[in-house]
Design a binder for this molecule. Structure first.
Ligand SMILES: Nc1ncnc2c1ncn2[C@@H]1O[C@H](COP(=O)(O)OP(=O)(O)O)[C@@H](O)[C@H]1O
Ligand SMILES: CC(=O)OP(=O)(O)O
Ligand SMILES: [Mg+2]
Length: 414
């Protein structure tokens, strides 16, 4: 039997693993994910063939590394998943690494690339450490399988200099790599290809405003198939608020919030140094701080349970609208569509409706029935717009970072 590709996506609240055939293009074999790591109990979703199964997980899975080990064991031990029973059945493991520094392309992990990635681990404190722990585990436990790392930041290497540069001393900036990197790029790459195909346009002639809104949320302006701006920055903290992240604040707020700001947070470990301010803004802010929940499905409801829930929803709408206006201007008003994706973008009809109703002056309008229904299983892109097909479209895209990595791995290596 030919070998398979395993794709691993360690997000801030979930770990998703997919197995694919190692052929070009890859075909899906199975999908398993643990979600709700930040809002226990975690849940397992398992999909194989036409069977889907969901359950609450009894074991304590406190970290993405625990979740990965649980998922791998579960898949290897499933008697119905005969294609992958052990590491011997795997050709490649594709890992999503959020911060890739200056890397513009995927790299294969060896001692040198691994140590280089470690050097900027604390620039994405919710992500890189866990993802690298999983890479470390795979190197130790599955040494014969080649690990390829794909970077969220790579898609944004096209962002022009004035957009990626912060107005600070440039010697300090260059020496420390202090610039906008941008994230969710593996997702934006999948969305661009899928939407361009859906619209029957070459990707390099497609202009889009794309939202990837899940536990972490960002938005991207794509011009002729290239990222020209995105809301996240040096780290995934910048831009829109998220489940536990503040998003943009006045940087001086840090020193007024706590005079402990610069001290090491108790959450730091021997390997991972985080200041108290970073810990507060990354892990103790956002929806969790405002409402007590990290689950946006409890916030995006027509009758919010508390004023705080309503405020959280209104804050998100306000911040997203600001970026849509900004990017509409940067794209000179010439957009093929506005695209919703990520856990919230794909599932919250209410958020889509609230936003698009406020974008009528840009010629955007929703078909309410299509919006309420949302995308079906296996429907990658769905048109939610009202009207004849002229003018910018409102689309929803069920993004798939795992597939995107396997697709590129198979194209260049199989
Ligand atoms: N029906 C829904 N309405 C609004 N938000 C939802 C809904 N279902 C899930 N979500 C949100 O989607 C988030 C998960 O998004 P996802 O992109 O899958 O996660 P991650 O950012 O960890 O990759 C959940 O934390 C939850 O807030
Ligand atoms: C970059 C980022 O925030 O990723 P996620 O949304 O998966 O947490
Ligand atoms: Mg994600």
């Amino acid at each position: 039997m030919s070998k398979s590709i395993l794709s691993v996506n360690a997000g801030s609240s979930s770990v998703k693993v997919n197995f694919y055939t190692a052929e070009n293009p890859p075909r899906p074999i199975a999908h398993a994910e643990i979600s709700g790591i930040t809002a226990p109990p975690p849940t397992l979703k398992y999909q194989q063939g036409d069977k889907t199964h969901k359950e609450e997980v009894k074991e304590k899975l406190a970290t993405p590394q625990d979740a990965f080990n649980y998922l791998l064991k579960r898949c290897f031990e499933d008697p119905e998943l005969s294609e992958v029973t052990s590491a011997d059945d795997l050709a490649y493991i594709c890992h999503r690494i959020v911060h890739g520094g200056d890397y513009r392309d995927a790299v294969e992990i060896n001692d040198e690339t691994y140590h280089h990635l470690e050097s900027f681990e604390d620039l994405a404190p919710l992500h890189n450490f866990s993802a690298l722990e999983i890479v470390r585990h795979c190197r130790a436990e599955l040494p014969k399988v080649r690990s390829i790392t794909f970077f969220d930041s790579a898609f944004h290497h096209t962002i022009p200099e004035p957009v990626r540069t912060y107005a600070i001393n440039q010697e300090v900036a260059k020496a420390n790599g202090l610039r906008k990197y941008g994230f969710h790029g593996i997702s934006y790459s999948f969305i661009l290809r899928s939407v361009a195909q859906f619209l029957n346009k070459p990707a390099d002639k497609t202009n889009l405003i794309v939202m990837h809104i899940g536990s972490g949320a960002s938005i991207c302006a794509i011009k002729n198939g290239e990222s020209i701006d995105t809301s996240m920055g040096l780290t995934p903290l910048a831009g829109l608020p998220g489940a536990t992240r503040s998003g943009d604040i006045d940087p001086s707020l840090v020193f007024h919030y706590t005079n402990e700001a610069g001290k090491l947070s108790p959450a730091s470990t021997k390997e991972m140094h985080i200041s108290t301010a970073e810990d507060i803004l990354n892990k103790q802010s956002g929806w969790k701080a405002l409402t007590g929940t990290t689950d946006f499905s409890e916030i995006a409801v027509s009758n919010p349970p508390t004023k705080a829930h309503k405020l959280a929803f209104d804050i998100f709408v306000d911040r997203i609208l600001g970026y849509i206006g900004n990017y509409y201007l940067k794209l000179n008003g010439q957009i093929d569509g506005v695209v919703f994706s990520g856990g919230i973008g794909e599932k919250s009809a209410l958020l889509r409706k609230t936003l698009i109703d406020k974008c009528q002056c840009l010629g955007l309008a929703l078909d309410d029935a299509a919006n309420d229904k949302g995308p079906g299983d296996g429907e990658t892109v769905k048109d939610l717009s009202q009207g004849s097909g002229k003018g910018p479209r409102v689309l929803v895209c069920q993004t798939n970072e795992q597939f995107e990595m396997a697709y590129h791995c198979a194209r260049s290596r199989c």
